[in-house]
Design a protein. Sequence first.
Length: 96
Amino acid sequence: MSSTTRATLFVRGRVQGVGFRWWTRARALELGLVGHARNMDDGRVEVVAEGPPSALDRLEELLREQPSTTRRPGSVTTVVRQDSSAKGAAAGFVER
């Protein structure tokens, strides 16, 4: 049985102003995830996603992948993931 969980991923690198949030949104929607991606003041992008654990794992793999096989814009140096219980409030996946 696959339950819904929540992952918050903090992505560091050249990820602002390059289409990274748009790319992340597209991948998340393909994986059936809900949530958001937003720029942070310190230059990172925060990705909050809810869905099946296997889909969250796949999104993390795509964020970390070097080199990217899915034409990910920019460059990623670090991804830090924090898991928690799903809140269920989100509908769709948006860029903030």
